[in-house]
Design a protein around this ligand. Structure first.
Ligand SMILES: [Zn+2]
Length: 191
């Protein structure tokens, strides 16, 4: 009997822990005018974090893309997002011998209509805890650049201005609707 109780207890603990691990995340992408122009779906995989990116309204052609170090997309220049995510002190660029940054991604290509629909990979990143997590601290952000990233120039590939930004945050806010942590909301429910 005691054995069964312990078994049940440990199973429920395990389930509770697993439910907190995030394996996917949808990031809303905004331009400098504050309009939502697409989404990035992040998915934890054995090969790293997959990024499924859908955007509209870009100028046709190649654009740099990278994960930046802070989850703060403040228009008009998105400088608030900081530099490229680089927990290991590497150089910028997928073609740099001392690179790349953890957050460096290949260029994306917008079609003649300004649309992007691409699947990319961040091979060294994770959505789980740890040094290489995209959800470390307050989170990070995903930024699309005006121009093509040349893959070697420091600090960010000579890719022009930051055009589109999306905040990558842990799910705490999204879950807030189900289990309110805001004390005012809680009080309203009590009355
Ligand atoms: Zn970089």
């Amino acid at each position: 009997m005691r054995f069964i109780l312990i078994f049940l207890l440990s199973t429920s603990l395990l389930t509770a822990c697993q439910s907190k691990v995030e394996t996917s995340k949808t990031v809303e992408m905004y331009n400098t005018s504050g309009d939502m122009v697409g989404t990035a779906q992040l998915l934890e995989s054995p090969d790293g974090v997959q990024v499924k990116l859908k955007l509209e309204g870009l100028t046709p052609g190649f654009h740099g893309l990278a994960v930046h170090e802070y989850a703060k997309c403040e228009a008009p220049d998105f400088k608030s997002a900081g530099n490229h995510l680089d927990p290991e002190g590497k150089e910028h660029g997928l073609m740099h011998p001392k690179g790349p940054h953890l957050g460096d991604l290949p260029n994306i290509e917008a079609d003649a209509g300004g649309l992007v629909d691409e699947e990319l990979l961040l091979p060294a990143a994770t959505l789980k805890d740890g040094k290489m997590s995209l959800l470390r601290g307050e989170g990070t952000s995903l930024i699309v650049m005006e121009l093509q990233d040349d893959g070697v120039s420091q600090p960010s590939g000579n890719a022009g201005a930051r055009l589109i930004c999306g905040e990558i945050k842990s799910g705490k806010e999204q879950e807030a609707t189900e289990s309110p942590t805001d004390p005012t909301e809680f009080n309203e429910k009590q009355e």
